[in-house]
Ligand binder design. Structure first.
Ligand code: HSE
Length: 427
């Protein structure tokens, strides 16, 4: 057998711990699969005193020392798009060490430059764990579904958001209450901004989009919204129409360019994506003539994320090398954004209006002026002079037409709140 692959791990939180445990408990099996042993030669963590449920030696106080030690591979599990994580990855690649990382924020922002650095030095920079935890979607896009190209990749990429949306649907409770409960149960961070604001999904989508379309990861040309605005009423109405509301990351090749967006979407209840529940993730890849493929599983947590990290380490141990984003980094194109306003979609619309004569005619008139056609409608309850909800599903219409109509409707003195607009996503 070849000499063992020496690895250094920076960051011993949930994922780092999972990697140590898997490499230790499955040492012989992984060595057999890799064709050589895999040895942890050094580790570092911010909190060295923390009680951990595994044993590991060779602690190093400064993570930067890992970039100049005798490891072949540095596993970066610190996180963050700048700071120590970025410095460590750059230093490791400059010092001739392969890098495995779960850091989506770092790669979404600096991916092309880091990939160029790795490839210039004939090194690997692998990131299976950065997207959708245990689902091997990076390998799927980089190696498997390449023969016919990719038309679109879309998915539920944030378990926290999906958990909250699922709980809201099951319990009928509001967003704030469910978020608090999710934090108490450990499904949401104390500061949940990156998850619920859509930022985490955006980082992951930027990487999927790059792999799918051969463009440099691009966060700037992406419309990103979170889940804070969703109400239990919207989830209930969606269900009556036969849909479920999900936070999706969608990247699609269109005739005008690449459309990348993170948004709440109405997904038809019988589709696989609509049935990804709780903290799970799900990804759909439309791979041209090869067809549409759906993958689901655990998108976060110790074992699933460690599984992805270990698969990258084993690939390096095998000497199975390829370009970081599936094609030479220097050839990654600048993304040309699609004209997103022209994108056609059916929409769910909810208006909070005064229950007075003429309000429905006014809404319908504004939609008609913008050439937006209504497919179905619900008005529930009766509260003369008070606020009621009017909910509609439109036929397929350009986004800008619906936005124009909603702007006019929002200006009416009979409309009590900003109208809610959620696109339908065929999944
Ligand atoms: N916080 C993420 C999620 C996992 O909830 O899916 C790490 O990206």
């Amino acid at each position: 057998m070849n000499s063992p692959l020496k690895i250094a791990i920076a960051g011993l939180g949930t994922v780092g711990g999972g990697v140590v445990k898997a490499l230790t408990s499955r040492h012989a099996a992984l060595a057999a699969q890799a064709g050589r042993g895999i040895e942890i030669v050094a580790v570092s963590a911010r909190d060295t005193k923390k009680k951990r449920d595994f044993e590991v030696g060779n602690w190093v106080a400064d993570p930067m020392a890992l970039a100049s030690g005798d490891a072949d591979v540095v596993v970066e599990l610190i996180g963050g798009e700048e700071g120590v994580a970025r410095k460590l990855v750059e230093a490791a690649l400059e010092n001739g060490k392969h890098v495995v990382t779960a850091n989506k924020a770092l790669l979404a922002k600096h991916g092309k430059r880091l990939a160029e650095l790795a490839e210039k030095n004939n090194l690997q920079l692998k990131f299976e764990a950065a997207v959708a935890g245990g689902i091997p979607v990076v390998s799927i896009l980089r190696e498997a579904l390449i023969a016919h190209g990719v038309d679109a990749v879309k998915g539920i990429l944030n378990g926290t958001c999906n958990y909250i949306l699922t709980e809201m649907e099951v319990s009928g409770r509001g967003f704030a209450e469910v978020l608090k409960d999710a934090q108490a149960k450990g499904y949401a961070e104390a500061d949940p901004t990156l998850d619920i604001g859509g930022g985490d999904t955006a980082h992951k989508l930027a990487l999927l989009s790059s792999l799918a379309f051969g463009t440099a990861p691009d966060l700037a040309n992406m419309k990103v919204e979170g889940i804070e605005q969703i109400t239990a009423a919207d989830i209930g109405f969606a269900s009556e129409f036969g849909f479920r509301i999900k936070l999706l990351g969608v990247a699609r090749q269109t005739s005008s360019g690449i459309d990348q967006r993170v948004h709440l979407a109405m997904v038809r209840a019988r589709t696989p994506l609509a049935n990804v529940d709780g903290a799970a993730n799900g990804v759909v890849v439309d791979a041209g003539e090869a067809g549409s493929f759906f993958f689901s599983g655990r998108g976060a947590g110790e074992a699933p994320t460690a599984s992805a990290v270990v698969s990258d380490i084993v690939e390096i141990a095998r000497g199975s090398f390829g370009p970081v984003f599936g094609r030479p980094a220097a050839s990654l194109k600048t993304l040309v954004p699609a004209d997103s306003g022209a994108a056609l979609s059916a929409y769910y619309l909810r208006f909070e209006v005064l229950d007075v004569p003429g309000v429905l005619a006014e809404i319908a008139g504004r939609l008609s002026e913008a050439n937006v056609s209504i497919e179905s409608m619900i008005q529930r309850g009766r509260a003369p002079g008070e606020s009621v909800a009017i909910v509609m599903i439109t036929h397929e219409s350009p986004q800008y037409a619906v936005e124009r109509a909603l702007k006019a409707i929002a200006a009416s003195d009979k409309v009590r709140a900003r109208p809610c607009m959620i696109p339908m996503e065929a999944a």
